[in-house]
Structures are given as C-alpha cells and as structure tokens.
Ligand binder design. Structure first.
Ligand SMILES: [Mg+2]
Length: 414
C-alpha cells in the first residue's frame, strides 16, 4: 500500500457507448434520440440511450413499450455486440498509442498508469487522448477522461463531468471534490450498499469520509470496505491483474433444439470447449454465466460463483444448477445459448488447500487430474475421445459472443 503524490492514473470512460457507437457507425442516427435494445421485443429495456434521448428524460433501463407510447418516432436500434467489440479494439489501440493502457476495465472503460513525465502533463494528457480519438475514430464517439492518484479516484474524476468530461482529482484536493457527490456516485456503492450505510447513519460523503478503515470493513462486511477506504483516501492497492477476462462460446440453436433440453445439451458442449481453452491458457474460473435468448422475451441470464475451478465435472454441475434455475423461472424456449467462464485466476496463483483432506476435496482433486488427462488425450488425437456424460455436435448457425457488456471477448470467442 502506497500513497502517491501525483496523478498516477488516467481513466477513460466512453459516454453512452453502445448508443454513440451506433451513431458513429450509422451517420443518419447522429444528433437524434436513439436507444439500443438487446433483443427485438416490446418487453425489453434500453441498454444505452444517446445524449439526445437523455435530454428528453429517457434513461437507460426504460421499457421499450413506455418509450414508444411517449415518443412514437423514437428510434430503437438492435444491439450489435460484435461491432462494439471491434470498435473497442480500435479504441484501445488509439489510446495505447498516446499512453499505454494498463488494464481494460469493461468494453468502454480503460485505465492507464502514468510515468512521472506524463503525470506532469496533467489535464493536457487527457486532452491529447480525447483529440486522438476524435481524429482517428470520429467526433461522435466521445469519452470522459479522469486523472487521479489511483484507479478509483481517476474513475470518479471521469464521471464528474459527463459527457465529454475532463477532470483531475489531485491528492492535495482531498476530500474536496468528493464531498459534493452522492454516495451512489461512487463506483462500488450500489443502492443496496447505500441503504445499509443509511441504516448506520451514513447518508453523505462527508460522513463516509470521517469513517475509519475498520468501520468501513464492518459496514461492508468484507475487506472490500477497507479497500474502498484506501481508494477514497488516495492510496493505491496493487492487485494482480489477469490479462484474460473470459472464455466463452455461443450458438444459435437449430429449430428442433429450441427447448430447454436442447439448449442444455448445446450448453454442455460449449462449456466443455470453453473450459478446455481456459485450462490450456492456464486459468481457472470463479464464475460461470449462462445466457439464453428468445425472440419473444428478454431472455434469461444467470450466474454461478464458486471457488477457483477448472475441472469439467464441477463446471458441468454448476451449469446444471443454472438450468434448474432457468426451468424454475419458466424459461421454456431458447433461440440461442451462450456460456462464459469469467472472474479468472491464474492456475499458479491458486493456493493449495492444505486442509483439503475431506472426501469432497479429494474427489475434486481427482476430477482435476482426470480433466488434465482428458485434455492430453483429446489434444493428441485431435478430437474428443474422452468427455463427461452425453456430448453432442450442434448443427446449425453460429451465434458469436454476444455478452459484451462487462467482459470483452477475444477473437476466438466468436
Ligand atoms: Mg461508459
């Protein structure tokens, strides 16, 4: 833990990314109120709105039917995640040419670590990043840039003057600029958190600022509270980065597979493919996400979280639990299915469980060994010889990696 004296981080966050991406890609949409929808349905909500739509009072999450009733001419655009991922790659390249990107935080957010000479440039460096995006990509795709002593404060600075903002929070300014913010303006303080804080009498930033780290740890119920305290007070916490964010696969299902059983069989095959790639790259996952889509509804999204896991039997068990949830929540039909392994941990970083002498731990260890043997056999023979339970070939089209919200798919994910 360290307390930087300068602006060590530069954070870039694009404004209404999916909506401005569509306005960038389709010039006739520029200057008009538009909203991006995940599926073509009256029952879904907007995942992004253009600044012109925001000016009409339309917010992200608004229902398609309500918006159409109020604004009959409103333009709804179907999300095209593959295009956004392409644009994302270009953006990272352009920013990287001005100042090296340290980490990609989401499809429209990156953070850069600044050298002392770059820190001295201050806001001028932020302006150079914005100029590079405007000249090399276009002026429709605007971003907000924040500088700060650490990731959290740089991100808060980026959010202070959206859209097209540029701001710095300097260590010597603290807590000044933070005091005028709402608690929920702070990344990591969601409404649920804020309610818990309110019950403890913390209703504004001044009160939060006065808390001691231990008190924040108690309020958060985890070490995250202490991390939040350090972040707000200008300390940096170096956390190990994993280069990869996810391994995933998706498929459009053939017409006679569009029932839950068909989706399950396809998802098993996709998961086995994704987990094999993950193991080969040297990672284990702490989460498995399942996305089922259907033309007539917004689809179903579920996530299972667990201790770092990389063996097929455990991951397939987690998948079956997700399908049980989907079934209970009445998801009957599915047009396409997507699975992603994320929240990755490098295999060498997993602490060996010294007390793992339980029958369950031993079984898991054996499953891990079996997974490794299956991978070696399958690799040697160039085909799937060994697998867990029924495994099928899925006929038909290719869905591509459509879950582009928080994680950035690699080229192999399509
Ligand atoms: Mg954004």
């Amino acid at each position: 833990m360290r307390k930087p004296a300068g602006l060590e981080r530069l954070y870039v966050d694009f404004d209404s990314f999916f909506a401005s991406a569509e306005q960038h890609l389709q010039p006739h949409l520029r200057g008009r109120p538009i909203g991006v929808i995940p599926v073509d349905s009256e029952h879904t909500g907007l995942i992004a709105v253009s600044r012109e739509a925001k000016a009409l009072g339309i917010k992200r999450g608004a229902g398609v039917r309500d918006v159409r009733r109020q604004f009959p001419d409103f333009i709804f655009v179907n999300a095209r995640h593959e295009r956004y991922v392409q644009l994302h790659r270009t953006i990272v390249e352009v920013i990287d040419a001005v100042v090296p990107v340290k980490a990609v935080c989401s499809i429209d957010e990156v953070v850069c670590a600044l050298l002392p000479s770059e820190q001295a440039e201050g806001l001028a460096l932020g302006r150079r990043v914005k100029d590079a995006i405007a000249t090399r990509i276009g002026s429709t795709l605007t971003c907000s840039v924040g500088l700060g002593p650490n990731d959290l404060l740089a991100k808060i600075a980026a959010e202070m003057h959206k859209p097209d903002g540029l701001a710095a929070i300097r260590p010597g300014d603290l807590p000044g600029p933070l005091l005028s913010l709402e608690l929920t303006d702070i990344p990591g303080i969601a409404r649920g958190n804020a309610a818990r804080l309110a019950r403890a009498g913390i209703t504004d930033m001044a009160a939060l600022w006065r808390l001691q780290p231990k008190a924040m740890r108690r309020l958060w119920g985890s070490v995250e509270g202490e991390r939040m305290w350090m972040g707000l007070h200008g300390y940096t916490i170096e956390r190990p980065e994993t280069r990869r964010r996810m391994f995933g696969h998706g498929r459009v299902l053939p017409a006679d597979w569009r029932h839950l059983g068909g989706a399950y069989a396809a998802a098993r095959a996709l998961l086995v493919k994704a987990s094999r790639r993950m193991r080969r790259a040297g990672f284990s996952a702490r989460a498995l996400a399942l996305w089922l889509t259907d033309r007539s509804s917004a689809g179903w999204y579920g996530e299972e979280r667990f201790a770092p896991t990389w063996d097929d039997p455990s991951l397939l068990t987690a998948l079956s639990r997700l399908f049980h949830h989907a079934e209970r929540e009445d998801m009957r039909r599915s047009r396409s299915v997507h699975v992603t392994l994320h929240d990755l941990v490098p295999l060498q970083d997993i602490e060996k469980d010294l007390f793992g002498y339980t029958a369950e731990a031993q079984l898991k260890h054996r499953m891990e060994e079996l997974s490794a043997i299956a991978d070696r056999l399958n690799a040697r023979h160039g085909q799937t010889l060994l697998h867990w339970g029924p495994l099928v070939d899925i006929p038909g089209g290719y869905a591509g990696a459509k879950i582009a919200f928080n994680r950035i798919p690699d080229a192999e994910d399509f």
